[in-house]
Design a binder for this molecule. Structure first.
Ligand code: ADP
Ligand code: ZN
Length: 299
């Protein structure tokens, strides 16, 4: 039985685990993301100690990281976090540092591609080949799996930065994306809600009108993703989606926007099984990283 490592490399915290599946986690650690040298040293130490203590070998380590990332194997910056505004982290060589430190092959992908793979291997997209995972949290990002493989393309998708129809009269908010102002992330991420409200989104009740607006933006984005990619299912995760009352609102609006044009029972009749929450809970990120390692080794 192959044993894998996983790293959820987040902007605020790192989660590292060793195991074979969600039912078989042999070790796990969580710590805050500080500067890269210290954070990666802790990561290496976790895997090294486990291997020494247990006289065990890891087949591979998967890393699902915040980005942007260079995932092109023929690029000089392959395996690095690239132009992140996160202080000290620009051009951090994730793959090389972890590989050199542990002596184990390391496979990197975006946090959202990894989360999608985890859900596809053990969770809400099990058995499907074409699906997406979108997180609505501190940022907005989407992972896209096509024919069972994470999609990269030129760089990797940046689904949080699409432009939406923004009715300035209904919502005069200028948006918070430092690059685009009122892109999807600029209008609908957790910090965008907080900037409008003057307090965290988790502190306002379910009947607050902000949720109607939030559901509208998410549904506009999903409408476009469905039309472009034709996913078999869409998983919506991240802190903001803890507001579970958003799910029925989003589903109805997606149906309205598509207006019965896409003739599929998943959308017309069973949309509650089409737009769904993740199934792997607070281990989704790190399990996704393990799923990534497993996919790269076992195919
Ligand atoms: P990250 O994106 O940093 O990995 P999260 O997915 O937890 O982390 O997203 C954090 C964001 O989600 C914050 O902006 C926070 O205000 C928002 N958030 C967290 N929990 C809730 C909640 N229950 N309801 C609404 N917003 C929430
Ligand atoms: Zn943007």
């Amino acid at each position: 039985m192959e044993l894998y490592g996983g790293v959820e490399a987040g902007g605020t915290k790192f989660v590292c685990a060793i195991g074979t599946s969600p039912e078989d986690i042999r070790a796990e650690v969580r710590f805050p993301t500080t500067e890269p040298r210290e954070t990666l040293a802790k990561t290496v130490e976790f895997f090294r100690q486990y291997m020494v203590k247990n006289n065990a070998r890891l087949t591979a380590i998967g890393v699902g990281s915040f980005g942007p990332l260079d995932l092109n194997p023929s690029s000089p910056n392959f395996g690095k976090i690239t132009t992140t505004p996160k202080s000290g982290w620009a051009f951090t060589p994730l793959v090389q540092t972890l590989q050199d430190g542990t002596g184990v092959p390391v496979f990197l992908d975006t946090d959202v591609n990894a989360a999608a793979l985890g859900e596809g291997t053990w969770g809400a997209a099990k058995g499907l080949k074409d699906y997406m995972y979108i997180t609505i949290g501190t940022g907005i990002g989407g992972g896209l799996i096509i024919n069972g493989m994470p999609h990269h393309g030129l760089v990797h998708p940046e689904m949080g930065h699409i432009r939406l129809i923004h009715d300035q009269k209904a919502d005069p908010f200028v948006g918070i994306c430092p690059f685009h102002g009122d892109c999807f992330e600029g209008l609908a991420s957790g910090p965008a809600l907080q900037a409008r409200l003057g307090k965290p989104a988790e502190s306002v009740p379910a009947y607050h009108p902000i949720w109607e607006l939030e559901a509208e933006y998410i549904a506009l984005a999903l409408n476009d993703f469905i039309c472009v990619v034709s996913p078999q299912r869409i998983i919506l995760g991240g802190g903001v989606m803890q507001q579970t009352h958003l799910f029925p609102m989003i589903r109805v609006k997606v149906q309205q926007f598509l207006n019965r044009y896409i003739f599929a029972s998943q959308i017309l009749e069973r949309i509650d099984e089409y737009i769904v929450p993740p199934a792997l809970g607070n281990r989704a990120g790190v399990m996704g990283a393990i799923a990534l390692a497993k996919l790269r080794v076992e195919g």
